[in-house]
Ligand binder design. Sequence first.
Ligand SMILES: [Zn+2]
Length: 455
Amino acid sequence: MTKIDIYQGNQIGGCVTVISAEVDGKIHRIMIDYGASLAGSGKKEDFEYPWIEKPVDAVFFTHYHGDHIGRLIHIPSNIPLYMGDTARKVLINIKTALSKIPDKLEAKLHQEELKILLDEKRVKTFQWNRKTHVYDAIDEISGFHIEPYSIDHSAYDAYMFLIEASDMQYEGGKKVILHTGDFRGHGRRGKAMIPMIQKYVHKNNRKVHSLIVEGTMMGRLDEKVKTETEMMFEAAKYMKKHQYTFLICSSTNLDSLASFYQAAQMAACPFERYLYVYNDYLKTQLKTFSDTAGSFSQIYQFHNVHRLNLNKRLKSLKWKTSMTQKELMEKTGFLAIIKPEAGYEEFLNPFVEDFEAGIIKEIPLIIYSMWDGYVEEDNKAKNQEWIDFLKKQEAKGVKILHLHTSGHAEAKMLADVINAAAPQEEIRPMHTEYPKMFEKLEISEEYKKRIEYSQ
Ligand SMILES: [Zn+2]
């Protein structure tokens, strides 16, 4: 009989799903995600999955965030791993950079993870089929048929899985399970999710028996989220007034990086605004995004990306004399990505000093585009270094603008997905601190009765 076990489901991050199916008296299992609990979850240690007692045939990853893939290294080496192709490239970039950090012990862990990711025999990626316009299904695991569907999340190349598990109690001998992964409806690709469920999940009248659905935003049900596009226009409005803009944003949040890059180009006049980044890792990451996602849409292309090096001498045939990078940035305006840590002040301070000396007419603007919880004094997930950094900049007169949009679905989108999936038997909330709040969604009483809570 098919069984669904959700571990650490009543918290945001570190949620692990294991589905078992029986074939000829033998139990087979697949796992979806094996990540680490987030800082601030109050959790000291993650649960250890009993790999020997309950062996797993394969692990599938929904996306590259650490709370979904962070414990990769603890998965026994004989188990195959499945993930998105771009997700794998993005992770390789991250681990290559982290392999070289000064902390030798930490670096070694990242090197080991890098080795796993580079193992082409073990890591299998989802293959886009040009003829069917969906990813190829995975049928090589006994007892399972798995269809990956690309969905919208703050991590690019994120997936939802449609799983058919062998089960003779069901019509056709299959129980149908839909695992949403982390998703949202307000990004650039969010609108595709409901039609995709209607067209592919329900193809040939296929019914979903169990829906496993994320509920990150359940604690903030009445929050109205901005769409990526709304955020882009708002950013452009500010960048028109502030030509020197520093950005604090996750290096893997492709959609928001694209929003701010596009906003900078909308605001650019008369010069194009270059994008400056704090290190080569970020440059590589943006190139990966341009090469992969950029082949689908112009919006994911990043042209003219430069590494921050303010004193670097630049030469151009157009100019009579050579200029430093800083002088060029002051002349043309810019968008520069930094981190809210003390070491990054070296990129910001020269512009503040030039403003004070009257060399430039504007003081820089900082756009903070990460979750606000990290910089709230009373939040258990706060980062004191970031709070101090922002306070220090404000004291210099630098304006801080909080402009961010969530990677997760708000109430309406969650209800839409539940209604579209139309689960016949059960709804299993995961990735949420408030599973009971699913009962407050605009779904039928019948669906509310089908909500099954995890331990
Ligand atoms: Zn995520």
